[in-house]
Design a protein around this ligand. Structure first.
Ligand SMILES: [Fe+2]
Length: 298
């Protein structure tokens, strides 16, 4: 038995929030963070900072952390399964950003952010190869980053339409969590895309997955598309959450006993288009998460 559940006691419940990346709120037609904070504070309790260390934090992020508001650090530039990716310069920059933003934990898609050396704006993001060896390599990287930073590192199931390897993505991450003695950021939009792309039913793989290790959930909109006869779901972060993603949430809600944050990834949409979906999500969380969960202890 690992120490994870013991360490969990020190992790705060952050509540519901939104995500950002460098410059996202300044892009045309994007969400007005100030207005959101003023109008719907219950939907903006935490800001997830999507970070490439080479870019650092933008003005909106700096304004947010100036008032010591809660954050999480979502990395966008580390291949956790590659020991060569943990160079001293990158680690020093990560530590400096942690010092500045004081995030509650680190998290991020556990896939390949780049091929070859890290470079600005690479953001390739391929899913991991779904084998046991690959899960072990990923777990080693999670442990290393946790030890180097002193913060929990929660891997996120990445998006993708083509996957290599024999394991179901939930079985893959169950191995990673066990081996790294850690919790998870479960992106339910990504999971619905995966189940659809693989031709699985929505509930496939959920039975064997430790949902009580899910510390953070991502919700995001998507769109059904067809290209040259191929039907797929695009992970476009539009403001409307698909019924498949809601179904997954409802399927696991009563087992989310250790949930501490829910992020709605909608920052590149207008306040007007996000307002109703944000409120709907907030009401849904308050109504459907178990009353004995970490969520309620906030
Ligand atoms: Fe996500």
């Amino acid at each position: 038995m690992g120490q994870f559940y013991k360490r969990l006691e020190a992790l705060p419940t952050l509540g519901m929030g939104i995500s950002t990346e460098y410059g996202a709120f300044q892009a045309e037609g994007s969400l007005d963070l100030e207005r959101l904070k003023k109008t719907l504070p219950q939907c903006a309790e935490v800001l997830e900072l999507g970070i490439e260390v080479i870019k650092g934090l933008d003005t909106d992020a700096l304004n947010w952390i100036k008032d010591k508001q809660p954050t999480t650090y979502h990395f966008l530039d580390i291949n956790l399964d590659d020991p060569n990716d943990f160079d001293d310069e990158w680690l020093a920059q990560v530590r400096a950003l942690i010092e500045l933003a004081q995030p509650a934990w680190l998290c991020g898609d556990a896939g390949l952010w780049h091929h070859g050396p890290r470079s600005e704006g690479h953001m390739l993001l391929l899913p991991p190869i779904l084998t046991k060896d690959s899960a072990y390599a990923l777990a080693d990287g999670i442990i290393k980053l946790r030890e180097e930073t002193g913060l929990e590192v929660l891997p996120e199931n990445p998006p993708g339409h083509i996957y290599v390897g024999p394991l179901h993505i939930l079985d893959f991450f169950a191995i990673v969590l066990e081996r790294a003695d850690t919790g998870m950021l479960l992106d339910l939009a990504h999971l619905s895309i995966y189940q659809n792309a693989m031709g699985f039913s929505l509930e496939t793989g959920i039975d064997g997955f430790p949902i009580d290790k899910v510390i953070e959930v991502h919700m995001a909109g998507g769109s059904h598309k067809v290209h040259q006869g191929l039907a797929y779901i695009a992970d476009d972060h539009s403001p409307v959450i698909l019924p498949e993603t809601w179904s997954l949430f409802n399927m696991i809600a009563d087992q989310l006993t250790e949930l501490r944050a829910v992020i709605f990834e909608c920052e590149r949409n207008s306040f007007e288009s996000c307002q109703a979906p944000l409120l709907e999500l907030r009401q849904h969380l308050d109504m459907h998460l178990p009353s004995h969960s970490a969520w309620r202890s906030k």
